[in-house]
Design a protein around this ligand. Sequence first.
Ligand SMILES: [Cu+2]
Length: 496
Amino acid sequence: MPSGFSRRRFLAIAGGGYASIVLAGCGKSAGPVSSTRSAVAAAERRRRKPGASVTELTLTAAPYTLDLAGTQVKTWAYNGAVPGPEVRLKAGEVLRARFVNDLPEEAVVHWHGIALRNDMDGVPGVTQEAVTPGKSFMYEFTVPDPGSYWFHPHNGLQLDQGLYVPLIVDDPAEPGRYDREFTVVLDDWVSGIGPTPEETLKELQGGAMQMGTMQMARSELLGGDAGDVMYPMFLMNGRPPNDPPSFDAKPGERLRLRLINAGAETAFRVALGGHQLTVTHTDGLPVEPVTVDTLLVGMSERYDVIVTVAGPGAFPLAAMAEGKSGQSLGVVRSGPGEAPGADARPAEFDGRLLEMSELRAAASVTLPARSVDRTYNLELNAAAEGYRWMINGKSVLDHEEVREQTTPLKVAQGERIRLVFDNKSTMFHPMHLHGHSFQVVAADGGAGPRKDSMIVRPKERISVDVAADNPGQWLLHCHNVYHQASGMVTLLSYES
Ligand SMILES: [Cu+2]
């Protein structure tokens, strides 16, 4: 898309179109709170503590050759690694990141799960102009909440390249009841060894389910259809199962594993052979701990788990591509012993599975009880023809047209909003809201976990509550990148 077109659209949203509103002033204006409005700056001022320290980094996205157990594959990466080198800071600090786009196409950076100022959210045509090749953009925002986050592009299908980086925000008051921690990033991989993401999307649009690379993946756990793209490989921390990453520890130690699904189209079922997993955080925020054998991690979701290391020995940390063929693998090593094989399958996969219904937000992050001001139903469905995905019957291919082509979900600052995800399709959708962490409404009406991404299975209806405390224009979309690129996008719009 010519950047001139993009720029014109962006200006319409960010300022020009609402110039009369801004000029009217006097606080009685009505209209969208654009990314450039003073409410966004005011929200940032409330978050920023005087003297907050600043973490600076340069983030370069560029073509990159990744070594997969001796096979060189061409992909794209941040700062010359897949995943990109982990970024760490403390809650309350400021992140100042200069993004340099050395890719051959437009790009941005979206800071997934962070409750940041809207104009730094990295959505092309909505919160900023896309960064053209050779150009750069300075992101600067306060990072308010501790937890496990990550960042990635928000342009087309770029996420199905190697463009992802964990962003870990430490809690200055962390109780630290663990001895070591590891970040574990899962990914479905095709770059350099199969069709490009664009070719894959074309095949999907051509209805090419029978062509061989694509066939129906099935999973009871996901309620049926588990995906359309059969990936040739799955990675853990950028490494294939025949060259797994090693997580070294001592017997009896408590490990915190930060599980991040950076995959574009695959949910993973995770288990550690010979161990149980105590779930402590969902999408960065704490829950009342629940101990299970295995759990499902949807695209863009994060789960933090604590394990007490058995051993001495070498234990498979396996992430099965749910409903598909293959897995990603790592090794928790607490002593000598033969490494598990690439297809090691922990018995725990068939053990006790984490259910969303047993999770409760920790008291420290539970939203205060109050009445709901507005409820929005979001019907998730496929178009009758072609490979098009819809929210409430609307399909948006370009983010910059989301305001025109959907009915934005209007909210006012200070309100409590209920979103009801109603999946009428035959496939699961990991639904993601930008700039907020919602609270899942439990079956008894109580407080479920806080999350920013939520798997909604076929025939499921799931309600989540949002405290509207972060003004701006926020995308709400499916995190299956092929669904997102095929229309499954809408907008939460603060109005004043
Ligand atoms: Cu979807």
